[in-house]
Design a binder for this molecule. Structure first.
Ligand code: APR
Length: 250
């Protein structure tokens, strides 16, 4: 049965008012990434790193999903079990849009984790001050449930399983809003016979010739076109793009 994997980055949440990392004025223009998003920084200055994520969590409270998040949720509703949503983002906009089972490769800002027993629980948009106790084991080793550089990212196994599934079932990979600097999306695209790319502009790290379709525009504007393509792909019994030319560039 044909399926689709969505793989997104910060760009899909940009129109919801959440800063990307490497675009002009992005988060890594404001902060030194290794001071706020690395295992070493967390060991060196726990409070400073907790405060960085507290600020981003507070800002997230007032953010709403945009047309791109809603597009994924609608496809999941229309084709139950055939649209897997994987994201590098730690925001909760896919959940707010109604997406089910989103795989957050880099964790979730609205969750905390116990460093002693590994328990993960939802804290919404509340601050973590470092004195909280784990509700399961009682240890005072509570942290943000976000993967920082030089830390384990266990959810990546689910990404590789999904990619293997795409080649076996001749599926479609839709990449939205990522520079490809952390995830080698160009390599991932080779797993899927059908590959769609949507970014604001071409990216150094992504050779877009690997993709059947590429759209350089805001994700909110590309969303209806991606939806139409995905709907066609999933509805066409014979699989493929239902006879449409796969090299269409929107
Ligand atoms: N619509 C579509 N794409 C957009 C939009 C938009 N409105 N705005 C920006 N983009 C695209 C840019 O063209 C770029 O390709 O989003 C991408 C943003 O790239 P990055 O800022 O590098 O974000 P991302 O690829 O998600 O970073 C990956 O790096 O620091 C780590 O953990 C962090 O998960 C993050 C990872």
């Amino acid at each position: 049965m044909r399926n689709i994997v969505f793989l997104s980055g910060a760009g899909i949440s940009a129109e919801s008012g959440i800063s990307t990392f490497r675009d002009a004025g992005g988060l890594w223009d404001t902060y030194n990434v290794m001071d706020v998003c690395s295992a070493e920084a967390f060991r060196r200055n726990r409070q400073f790193v907790l405060a960085f994520y507290n600020k981003r969590r507070r800002e997230l409270a007032g953010k709403a999903p945009n047309a791109a998040h809603r597009m994924v949720a609608e496809l999941q509703r229309e084709f139950p079990g055939r649209v897997l949503n994987i994201t590098q983002n730690i925001d909760d906009l896919f959940e707010k849009a109604g997406c089910q089972g989103t795989v957050h490769l880099h964790g979730e800002l609205t969750k905390a984790r116990c460093e002693t027993c590994g328990h993960i629980w939802s804290i919404g948009y509340a601050d973590l001050v470092g004195t909280e106790l784990c509700p399961r084991c009682g240890a005072a080793r509570v942290r943000h449930h976000v993967v920082m550089f030089n830390e384990q990212a266990p959810e990546y196994t689910r990404l590789y399983e999904a990619l293997d599934g795409l080649s076996a079932d001749r599926g479609m990979l839709v990449v939205i809003g990522t520079s490809g600097l952390v995830l080698p999306v160009e390599e991932f695209a080779r797993y899927a016979p059908y590959r769609v790319l949507n970014n604001l502009e071409p990216q150094e790290a992504i050779d877009d010739r690997v993709f059947s379709v590429h759209m350089y525009e805001k994700a909110g504007d590309a969303a209806p076109k991606i939806a139409e393509l995905a709907h066609h792909f999933l509805s066409a019994g014979r699989g493929g793009l239902g006879g449409r030319r796969a090299d269409i560039v929107f």
